[in-house]
Design a protein around this ligand. Structure first.
Ligand code: HEC
Length: 394
């Protein structure tokens, strides 16, 4: 008993909070997108007499109608859905700095030596997130925004440039989480700095009977649309950091680009209804591309001899390269004991994890953690052949 695991708990509580807040935010966003589609489309004929959709939920029936307040009409009981986004962002930013910086830079896999250096990286990252928002925001307030296809292209190109730049400095895992954080920040910026002012302007105008500002309103609508397209990519990026086969692959930045396209297409299907079914093809193509790109390097690239590999050689290699972390009593405690649930303390342990070893260092080329130092082709070949020969302990 004691407080030794306080930081683990802080980490976990933040993660819970972050995901729960995101669910309430994104959930209501998608609900409103769906309502918007129903109100706008011919599907209205499918619903109640006057066109209002009836909804049923275990809490009861609800009749929803779209309402445009007339001049001077005060809105009683107006519900704002805004706090969820702020809470999601705040918990996410705290997590980002807790996991990536307070852990001594282990997940960034830059060789951070001093606290000053770490603060430098943290300040650089915070600045980068903010700068990206400003560039995006300016771009979409500029004349280019009148040509949405070009503006989307420019935004995407800029984001990929940032991702590529980050990949020159940090691990793939950090790049994925950063790009996710950048997009998440864009979404929250959109809510607070573009959508809410537009809605506030509209309600004020209707209450005072004056005209609202059409430019503010249009900007709010565009940003709302952006957010609906960004939600899936952000969640997908955040979840992908758990699969090194993806983020640690040599083509990880290209995979990231394809992943964004796949999930933008997925949003199209979810909100667009039947007419958007074609986007399923995009998702399938993108997924196939990603699987192929992360396929790893085949063992045939290395000169192979079929002589049986001795377990002693395998064990020596694993002791030298892996046991520092993968042990119940690791020398390197950065990742706690038995990271990923994997330990190589006994020959039986090594045998038990043989298929995962093959996957991680042969197929995905994603071990040791952060690939420092990257295993040589001979080492990979040796471990791979040992597994292929049946992982024999002699
Ligand atoms: C610097 C510390 C470190 C070293 C050295 C290291 N690992 Fe890991 N390993 C980790 C961490 C952290 C995880 C869990 C996080 C993750 O999955 O990326 C992990 C996870 C794994 C997993 C579990 C993957 C899964 O998907 O089930 C395998 C297998 C693995 N490592 C094999 C190896 C092998 C083989 C070596 C030696 C060539 C090695 N590791 C060296 C830190 C390390």
């Amino acid at each position: 008993m004691g407080w030794y695991n306080l930081s683990e708990w802080l980490d976990l509580v933040l993660r819970w909070f972050h995901v729960m807040a995101a669910i309430t935010w994104i959930g209501s966003t998608f609900y409103f997108m769906w309502l918007g589609r129903i109100f706008a489309s011919s599907e209205r004929q499918l619903v109640g007499e006057s066109g209002e959709p009836w909804m049923i939920h275990s809490t009861g029936f609800a009749l929803t109608s779209k309402f445009k307040p007339g001049p001077g009409e005060a809105l009683k009981m107006l519900h704002w859905f805004k706090r969820e986004s702020a809470l999601t962002w705040l918990s996410g930013i705290v997590l980002l700095f807790l996991v990536y910086f307070l852990s001594g830079g282990a997940y960034l896999a830059v060789k951070v030596v001093s606290t000053a250096e770490l603060i430098g990286y943290a300040a650089f990252s915070a600045a980068l997130i903010m700068i990206t928002w400003v560039v995006y925001d300016r771009l979409w307030e500029s004349a280019l925004a009148r040509r949405p296809v070009w503006a989307v292209g420019a935004s995407f190109a800029f984001l990929m440039l940032v991702a590529w730049g980050l990949s020159r400095i940090f691990t793939g895992r950090a790049v994925y989480v950063y790009v996710g954080s950048i997009l998440g920040t864009v979404m929250v910026g959109n809510v607070w700095l573009r959508v809410l002012p537009a809605v506030r302007d509209m309600t004020n105008a209707s209450e005072s009977g004056s005209a609202h500002n059409p430019a503010t309103w249009a900007s709010g609508q565009v940003r709302s649309l952006h957010n609906s397209y960004l939600a899936f990519p952000v969640v997908a990026l955040m979840l992908s950091i758990h699969r090194p086969a993806i983020h640690a692959s040599p083509l990880n930045v290209i995979v990231l680009a394809v992943l964004l396209i796949a999930f933008v297409a997925a949003r199209h299907i979810v909100v667009g209804g039947r007419r958007s079914k074609w986007a399923l093809g995009v998702v399938a193509l993108a997924l196939t591309g990603m699987i192929m790109m992360t396929g790893g390097t085949p063992l045939q690239d290395v000169q192979r001899s079929e002589a049986p590999i001795e377990f002693a050689v395998v064990r020596a290699l694993i002791t030298e390269r892996c046991l520092g972390c993968h042990s119940t009593t690791p020398a390197d405690r950065t990742f706690g004991v038995t990271p990923g649930g994997v330990s190589f303390d006994t020959p039986e342990d090594i045998r038990r994890f043989a298929p995962r070893i093959r996957q991680r260092i042969i197929a995905a080329e994603a071990m040791p953690f952060g690939n420092h130092p990257r295993p040589t082709a001979e080492e990979r070949d040796l471990l791979g052949r040992w597994v292929d020969q049946g992982a024999v302990l002699q």
